[in-house]
Design a binder for this molecule. Structure first.
Ligand code: FAD
Ligand code: DHB
Length: 392
């Protein structure tokens, strides 16, 4: 079956869903093709930290009703090194900016609802198989849906289909360089029905490994611990997880409350990017073009930041027949991507156990941690990167 639209979007993650809403506001038709079912994408547990820029965009799109009610604004973060804890305050270091804790699956639910309310077509369980004609004015996406073959012809294809998607595979290899670090550790993440034990996030180095205390609401906590790459959730009983978290996050006079765990999964850690995100009429955004290790909480936020550029570029093309922003799309995104890559890598090396406790490398880690408490300049560097730079 043949269909047509102006912008064919592959992927109903944060990138694809925000792009569709921004284009719809400008009267530019689009269709989203999503591999999975609605129920699956709405319940996929992932990130939880929204930068101010991301919250501002969701508000601008009129999709923030629940976020405004249920999102938790944080004005600082605790950093811990073997039981010594310090706080980095955002307000005075960043001119009043903050982060908001609100689960990615809630963001996705809100954005899907907003898309459907505005009449944007999302085809769930549509498996994009290949893209043709990206060097012509009418590229097509070929996909399968309900056992039938379909072709979606469009002016532009937006590959918002994540790290394992097909978008990046259609970018000619000679047009980009690829950069990658695979880290020798993973995160075991849990969700638990227990009130958070801290009012703000805690990132902790411990000689037994990294731990992070985050939250989702006043009754649900989200926590992570560093595990080996070949570890499995079966090795981690609830009791063992709480014991380990309590040791790694511990500091004098503070107790970690435990409770029933209802979700456990292990995520590998990688840094990945390509230095060109477009070719002809194909444009990549979000995880399709870059992955950061989650230690800086940047993945979702970077995806949305790409989309701001892509939506402006497409709008400029449709409204003014001007392709200059399309031409500069990759370069415009890459400034922020490189910054987020560096910050995520810095936070990862600062808080994970990589070298024996007491080794030279480990004492350098400790010195970097201590420096945050000594130097307002260093604390500011962390705070402004963490809440997200406004200017780039
Ligand atoms: P995605 O959210 O991946 O969306 C891409 C969509 O495309 C998916 O819905 C997928 O089903 C669809 N798709 C793929 N291929 C096709 C196809 N062929 N046809 C049709 N549809 C297709 N970030 C953090 O900041 N903190 C975290 O704790 C964190 N945890 C994470 C845990 C996991 C397991 C993963 C995978 C990521 C995590 N991230 C985290 C990163 C963050 O969730 C991503 O950066 C964010 O989802 C990127 O959004 P996106 O829209 O680019 O991609
Ligand atoms: C969360 C995840 C992160 O990777 C992070 O850096 C902070 C918070 C979270 O899931 O809440």
């Amino acid at each position: 079956m043949k269909h047509s639209t102006k912008v064919g979007i592959i992927g109903a993650g944060p990138a694809g869903l925000t792009l569709a809403l921004l284009l719809q506001r400008k009267g530019i038709d689009c269709t989203i093709l999503e591999n999975r079912s609605r129920q699956y994408v709405e319940s996929r547990v992932r990130a939880g930290l929204l930068e101010q820029n991301t919250v501002d965009l969701i508000r601008e799109l009129g999709a923030s009703e629940r976020l405004d009610k249920e999102g938790l604004e944080h004005h600082g973060v605790y950093l811990s090194f073997n039981g010594v804890r310090q706080r980095v305050p955002f307000k005075e270091l960043t001119g009043g900016r903050c982060i908001t804790i609100y689960g990615q699956q809630e963001v996705v639910k809100d954005l899907i609802q907003a898309n459907l309310d505005r009449g944007i077509e999302i085809v769930f369980e549509a498996h994009a198989k290949h893209i043709e004609g990206i060097e012509t004015d009418n590229p097509s996406i070929f996909y399968q849906h309900n056992g039938e073959e379909h072709e979606l012809t469009c002016d532009f294809v937006a590959g918002c289909d994540g790290y394992h998607g097909i978008g990046r595979q259609h970018l000619p290899k000679e047009t980009y360089n690829e950069f990658r670090i695979e880290y020798p550790f993973s995160w075991l993440g849990i969700l638990a029905n227990v009130a958070p034990s801290s009012d703000e996030l805690i990132y902790a180095y411990h000689e037994r490994g990294f731990a992070l205390h985050s939250l989702r609401s006043e009754t649900v906590s989200r926590l992570y611990i560093q595990v080996d790459n070949d570890d499995t959730v079966d090795n981690w009983s609830d009791e063992k997880i709480w014991e380990e978290l309590s040791i790694r996050l511990g500091t004098e006079g503070w107790n970690l409350q435990s409770g029933p765990i209802f979700e456990k999964s292990i995520t590998p850690m990688r840094s990945f990017m390509i230095d060109n995100m477009q070719h002809g009429r194909l444009f990549l955004a979000g995880d399709a073009a870059h992955i950061v290790p989650p230690t800086g909480g940047k993945g979702l936020n970077l995806a949305v930041a790409d989309i701001r550029f892509l939506a402006s570029a497409l709008t400029n093309w449709y409204e003014n027949q001007d392709d200059s922003l399309l031409q500069s799309y990759s370069q415009d995104c890459l400034r922020r991507i490189w910054r987020a890559q560096d910050f995520s890598n810095f936070m990862t090396y600062l808080f994970h156990k990589q070298a024996p406790h007491g080794s030279f490398e480990n004492l350098l880690q400790k010195s970097k941690f201590d420096y945050i408490g000594i130097s307002k300049a260093q604390a500011t560097t962390i705070a402004e990167n963490y809440v997200g730079l406004k200017e780039i």
